[in-house]
Each structure stands twice: as structure tokens, then as C-alpha cells.
Design a protein around this ligand. Structure first.
Ligand SMILES: [Zn+2]
Length: 359
């Protein structure tokens, strides 16, 4: 079944349908629109907390994308549970991507809520607060290293992104460091650092009620992109795999994801994601020529061209430029894990793309 039509058990409807759906007692899942985005919508979760002045206040996990349409849908959903923007005391933002972070900043200007974000998002946030050209140059550099030379040029020359005003990339009020318990009303949420999707990604676990607010770290119907962030790194997948193991070592919890329906078992999805990456690592290794053959080696883009993409097993050439970029960077991340494991070797130099061989 396609992600868009997947039915969520809390609403008995396609998961992106607007509303405030009862994900758990005292927890409402509120899907907010992401127009022109394959992800369709982003779930924010409103957690009720006792409040001396108002009786009940709210902590939100994620804020959504700061666009007028999303703000309207959120306002309507909150009013259906007898609440409004003034009731939001705090935003726990799983990561710095615009569909999670920017509306938290926009609403903070209205209601003075506290915005909380992982400390390791600071370098990427500093870059997007600075110049868009610098961000594009960095992404272009990573794509060029992955051998996606034409896409790298497209990226560097792309127009500024007018959809997200630059002044929405304000700093949070509070940085999360390491793993730490947070008091949210009567609950304790364990903030668990899970780098991979981005370096500063956090999940929030309510062990007493068996809930995992998973952000984009563990998604129910798709595999999250890895390391798509301005502060690009060579090894985001090693971090991601370690973060999956970290969540697998926690109790099995109900998965409350940022994109897609709620799902019964965090362990079930973590195992599926680990198996997916095992398969991709194996396919990437098989695509490489042995170093002993003395050939020219392959770039990450060359290897990506040998692999099937999406559930429909499409070729790289049939993907649009944005998804070709994601595929090239993801393949580079797989190849770098093979290098770190001693199964592949890489050579870089003179600004040429990294070239890989089977060890
Ligand atoms: Zn997201």
C-alpha cells in the first residue's frame, strides 16, 4: 500500500487526514500538510499537561512547516480538543528540518513557548541561518564527491528557497545534550539522541505508557533519508545504524512517527530498517569491481546506477534531480560503511569524486 493511503489505527482513515486523533490517552496526533512534498504530511503530537492557570496546557512534539495552510490546520485541530496556540508551553523538536522546526519558531513569536532542539543540529542551523549560497555550495560539494557532477552543478546554481523565510531559522531556547529525562506534566519523556537522519536528531520515549515519539528516525512505511543536512558528513549511516541499535535495545514501544500511521511495534520497524540497510550494503558491495582487477573503480553515483530505487525498483535515471541527489548521497553513505568495515577501499584526490573498489 502506498504511504499516502495507509490507514492509521487511531483515526481509521488515511493517516494524513486533518484532525486531532487519539494516539494514546492524553496524546493527540495532528497531521499538518506538506504541499508538493512526497511525504504528504507531518504528524505533530500534542501532549496534555496539567496547568495551574488553564487546567490543561500542551507540549508539542515537532511544530510542522511554517506555512499559512499548516497553521490553519493546526489551529482547527487544537480547537477541536478545546485548545489554542496560547495553550502550547513547549515544543520538543526532533530535528532541524523545516517541516519539523520552522513552525515551532513562528508560533513561539505568538505564545512565547519554549523551543527545544538537539545540540548537534547547531552547525547545520548556523549554516542555514547564514547564506543559502554557502548551504548550496556544501551540498554541491558532497554531491560532486559522490560523482553526481551534473546534479551538483544544478544544486549550486539553484535559486534561493523562497518557501522558508530565512528569519525562521532562529535558535532554540534550550539545547538537548546527550540522553536526558524530561518532565512533561505527569510524564517522564526520555530524550534519546539518535543521530543519522540528522546529527542532532532526538526521539522521546514515554516508557511508563509505552510510547515512542520517533520523529524521522523510525518511520512505519518508508526508510528515512540519511544525513540530508547542510553540515554534510561522510559517515551518517554508521551513526544511523548505531541509533537503530540503541532504539532496539529499549523496550518495544508503540511507534508515533512524524510521517505515516501510528504503528504497534518500534522493534518490528527497527528490524525491518536494519534488514533494508543490510541488503543495500550487500548490493553496493556486489556492484563494485575487485581492486585486484586494476580497474578505474566506481563513484557512488556509478554504484547508485546499478541499484534499484524505491519500492517500485526504479532505475536511478528515472528519478527526478532531488531524488537522484538523495540516492547518490545515500549510496556514498553505504560505501563509506563498507570502507569502515574493511570490505571496500576508496581513493580521493584533486577534488575528483571518491572512487571505490571491493577490497
Ligand atoms: Zn520529516
Amino acid at each position: 500500500m502506498s504511504t499516502a493511503k495507509a490507514i492509521s489505527p487511531d483515526s481509521d482513515r488515511p493517516w494524513g487526514d486533518p484532525g486531532a486523533w487519539p494516539a494514546a490517552p492524553g496524546v493527540h496526533r495532528i497531521p499538518l500538510p506538506l504541499p508538493n512534498d512526497g511525504l504528504l504530511a507531518v504528524n505533530v503530537y500534542a501532549i496534555e499537561t496539567p496547568d495551574a492557570d488553564r487546567g490543561t496546557a500542551l507540549t508539542l512534539v515537532d511544530g510542522g512547516w511554517a506555512i499559512a495552510e499548516a497553521q490553519e490546520v493546526l489551529e482547527k485541530a487544537l480547537s477541536s480538543i478545546g485548545a489554542g496556540f496560547g495553550d502550547i508551553r513547549r515544543f520538543l523538536v526532533t530535528h532541524v528540518h523545516r517541516d519539523h522546526y520552522t513552525q515551532a519558531v513562528a508560533l513561539r513569536r505568538l505564545n512565547g513557548a519554549e523551543v527545544v532542539l538537539g545540540r548537534r543540529e547547531e552547525p547545520s542551523l548556523a549554516l542555514v541561518r547564514g547564506s543559502e549560497q554557502e548551504v548550496r555550495t556544501r551540498m554541491g560539494g558532497a554531491l560532486a564527491d559522490a560523482g553526481a557532477v551534473e546534479i551538483a552543478e544544478l544544486w549550486k546554481r539553484a535559486p534561493d528557497d523562497a518557501s522558508t523565510p530565512n528569519d525562521l531559522w532562529e535558535l532554540p531556547d534550550t539545547w538537548l545534550e546527550g540522553d536526558q529525562p524530561l518532565t512533561v506534566g505527569a510524564r517522564t519523556l526520555d530524550a534519546v539522541h539518535t543521530p543519522g537522519h540528522t546529527q542532532g536528531h532526538y526521539v522521546f520515549a514515554d516508557r511508563a505508557d509505552g510510547l515512542l515519539f520517533a520523529g524521522d528516525h523510525v518511520l512505519p512505511t518508508i526508510t528515512p533519508s540519511i544525513g540530508f543536512e547542510p553540515d554534510t558528513r561522510l559517515q551518517p549511516l554508521a551513526d544511523f545504524l548505531a541509533s537503530l541499535a540503541k532504539v532496539r535495545a529499549m523496550p518495544d514501544l508503540s511507534l508515533l512517527p512524524a510521517h505515516g500511521p501510528v504503528h504497534g511495534s518500534s522493534h518490528g520497524r527497527v528490524e525491518a530498517l536494519l534488514a533494508h540497510h543490510d541488503t543495500r550494503l550487500e548490493l553496493s558491495l556486489r556492484a563494485l569491481e575487485p581492486q585486484a582487477d586494476g580497474g578505474a573503480g566506481m563513484s557512488a553515483y556509478d554504484v547508485a546506477g546499478e541499484l534499484p530505487w524505491t519500492r517500485r525498483e526504479r532505475t536511478l535515471a528515472s528519478l527526478d534531480p532531488f531524488n537522484t541527489a538523495l540516492a547518490s548521497l545515500e549510496t556514498r553513505a553505504h560505501l563509506e560503511v563498507l570502507v569502515a568495515r574493511g570490505q571496500a577501499v576508496v581513493r580521493r584526490g584533486d577534488g575528483a569524486p571518491g572512487r571505490y573498489w571491493r577490497a
